[in-house]
Design a protein around this ligand. Structure first.
Ligand code: CO
Length: 137
């Protein structure tokens, strides 16, 4: 079955860290990377630092409160790869297509993300163990 391709770019890979400044310093020292964008997203309880790589980002993510999903992830598993952001032209269309393909949405409908994007998360169960974030710029 041939379908219209919906993915336009790997938007970001998100890495959960305990200390954002420490992680940023490491990436600066190791790769000469610079922070293109830094933002606190209150509703998700996270602070993100985005390092631009070509047209994608490495997103270092720390918790801003102990009950946020990132804090729970860090408690349970420690720092590490948290999710992959797939860039799409239409978050709504990609979400519908994923659900039609059998994926389980975390967000029932697209919602605001960081960088003024529109996003929706898909549960790792039903997506080969990968927490997927659909990102519409
Ligand atoms: Co993300």
């Amino acid at each position: 079955m041939s379908k219209t391709p919906l993915l336009t770019e790997i938007d970001h890979i998100a890495i959960a860290v305990h200390n954002l400044d420490e992680a940023v310093s490491f990436y600066e020292e190791a790769f000469g990377a610079t922070v293109a964008h830094r933002e606190i997203v209150e509703r998700d309880g996270v602070e993100e630092a985005l390092l631009k790589v070509a047209d994608s980002y490495i997103q270092l993510t720390a918790a801003t409160r102990p009950d946020s999903p990132i804090a729970k992830f860090l408690d349970k598993r420690g720092p590490g790869l948290h999710h992959v952001g797939y860039r799409v032209d239409s978050c709504e269309q990609a979400l519908k297509s994923m659900v039609a393909a059998g994926a389980t949405p975390i967000d029932a409908a697209p919602r605001p993300g960081s960088r003024n994007t529109t996003v929706a998360f898909i549960h790792p169960k039903g997506a080969f163990g990968t927490l997927i974030e659909l990102v519409e710029e």
